[in-house]
Write a protein that binds this ligand. Structure first.
Ligand SMILES: C[S@@+](CC[C@H](N)C(=O)[O-])C[C@H]1O[C@@H](n2cnc3c(N)ncnc32)[C@H](O)[C@@H]1O
Length: 360
C-alpha cells in the first residue's frame, strides 16, 4: 500500500511482513526508522527524532507490536500521543509522556485511524472543477468518496493564490470577508486553465467508512493532531476550513464507497453537473475494490454524464493484473506526488497537500 499522506499508511521499509525481521531490526523498527529518516525529515524534525528514537527502543517496539498490524503505523501512533497532549520535545521527554499515558495512547490508536483531511487539495482540483462547470454551463453537484470530514467539498468557499512564477492569480469567494476563509497557495507550471471565478456548487455530499464530524470537538482535535507538529500553516488552514464546514455541515454518508456511491449519486440534483472526486483514498482499497469503483464510475458517466476526478499516489493506478490504468504515464515522475486524472485521462501532477500543480 502506498503512503497516502506522506508516511501515513506506508508499510515497513522493504515491505517486510508483520513479525519478520531483517538483520537485527524487526519490521516495526524498520517502519519507524523509515518514517523517521525518509518521510519525516523536511516535514517534522520532531517526528523524525521521535520515530528514530522508537526504532531504537525495544521495550516500546514490543508494546507497539501488541497492536494489530495496521495500527502500528508511525503517523497513527504519533498523532495519538499528540491528541493526548504530547508537545514538541526531545525523545526522552516524549518517552516519559508515553510511559505516563500508555493506556490512553493504546486506546486512541485502536479507536482512531489516519483520516487527515487536507482542504489544500482543493487548489489542485479547482481548475478542473471550474472547467467542468463552464463546459456544462451548469453549476456543480459534488460527491467526494473517502471524504473524512468533508473539507474538500467546499472548493467554492475558499480563497486561492496560484503562483505561476512571474504572476500571481488570486481568487476569493464572493461576498466573504478576508480572514474568514483559508487561502490555498499553489505553485503552478504548464498551461493550467486558471479560472477567472470560482465555480458554483449547488449540492455537496461525501462518503466515508468513518465520517468525522466538524461539530464534534473530539473529531476536530483528532484532525488537528493528524497535522505534523511544526506545520502551523496547515493547522491554521484546517481551522478556517473547519469553521466554514461548521457553518454549513456537508451531507456525509457512513459506509464503503463501493456500497454507497450509486445510491448517493441518485440523490444529486439532476439540473447540476455531477462530479465524483477523491484524493488520498484509493491506497486504502485493494486492486479488486478499485476495479469495482472504476466500473461504477463508468456506469455513472453513461447514465448520468458524471465527471470523475481522481487525485492519487502512483501505486493506485495499478490494476488487479499488475498493469497500469495509465500506461502512458512515467511512474517515476509521480514519486511523492499525486496524479490527477479527469475521466481516467492524466491531467496534472499534483503536490500531495495541494501545494503544486503541474499541468500535463
Ligand atoms: C487520508 S484520508 C483523505 C481524506 C480526504 N479525501 C482528503 O483528501 O483530505 C482517507 C479517507 O478515506 C476513507 N476511506 C478509506 N477506505 C474507504 C472506503 N472503502 N470507503 C469509504 N471511505 C474510505 C478513510 O476513512 C479516510 O477518511
Amino acid at each position: 500500500m502506498s503512503p497516502v499522506d506522506p508516511g501515513s499508511t506506508g508499510s515497513p521499509s522493504g515491505d517486510l511482513a508483520a513479525g519478520e525481521t531483517r538483520g537485527a531490526e524487526s519490521a516495526t523498527a524498520q517502519w519507524y526508522r523509515h518514517f523517521g529518516t525518509v518521510d519525516a525529515p523536511g516535514n517534522s524534525d520532531c517526528y523524525a527524532a521521535w520515530s528514530v528514537g522508537i526504532a531504537e527502543d525495544p521495550e516500546l517496539l514490543r508494546r507497539i507490536d501488541e497492536w494489530p498490524y495496521n495500527k502500528r503505523q508511525p503517523l497513527l501512533m504519533l498523532a495519538a500521543a499528540r491528541f493526548l497532549g504530547a508537545r514538541i520535545s526531545p525523545y526522552p521527554d516524549f518517552r516519559a509522556f508515553l510511559d505516563a499515558h500508555w493506556e490512553d495512547v493504546s486506546r486512541t490508536v485502536l479507536a482512531r485511524a489516519t483520516q487527515t483531511n487536507e482542504a489544500g487539495r482543493c487548489a489542485t482540483l479547482l481548475p478542473s472543477l471550474a472547467q467542468i462547470a463552464a463546459d456544462g454551463g451548469r453549476p456543480l453537484a459534488l460527491i467526494e468518496v473517502g471524504a473524512s470530514a468533508g473539507l474538500a467539498l467546499f472548493p467554492d468557499r475558499y480563497g486561492y493564490e496560484y503562483d505561476a512564477g512571474p504572476g500571481l492569480t488570486r481568487l476569493a469567494p464572493a461576498g466573504a470577508a478576508a480572514g474568514t476563509y483559508p487561502v490555498l497557495g499553489c505553485t503552478v507550471t504548464g498551461p493550467v486553465p486558471l479560472p477567472a471565478e470560482l465555480p458554483g456548487v449547488v449540492w455537496r455530499a461525501g462518503i466515508d467508512l468513518n465520517p468525522l464530524d466538524v461539530r464534534n470537538p473530539d473529531d476536530v482535535a483528532w484532525l488537528e493532531a493528524l497535522i505534523w507538529p511544526e506545520q502551523d500553516f496547515r493547522r491554521e488552514r484546517l481551522r478556517r476550513a473547519i469553521a466554514i464546514a461548521q457553518a454549513d455541515p456537508p451531507l456525509l454518508v457512513a459506509g464503503d464507497l463501493n456500497d454507497q456511491l450509486s445510491a448517493l449519486a441518485a440523490r444529486a440534483p439532476s439540473d447540476a453537473t455531477l462530479v465524483v472526486f477523491h484524493s488520498a483514498v484509493m491506497a486504502y482499497l485493494d486492486a479488486e475494490a478499485r476495479e469495482r469503483f472504476r466500473a461504477t464510475m463508468a456506469r455513472l458517466a453513461v447514465d448520468r454524464g458524471c465527471h470523475w476526478l481522481s487525485n492519487e499516489g502512483h501505486t493506485v493506478v495499478i490494476q488487479a493484473d499488475g498493469s497500469s490504468v495509465v500506461p502512458e504515464m512515467d511512474e517515476s515522475r509521480l514519486r511523492g506526488r499525486f496524479l490527477l486524472l479527469h475521466n481516467g485521462k492524466p491531467t496534472a501532477i499534483t503536490g500531495p497537500h495541494g501545494q503544486s500543480l503541474e499541468w500535463l
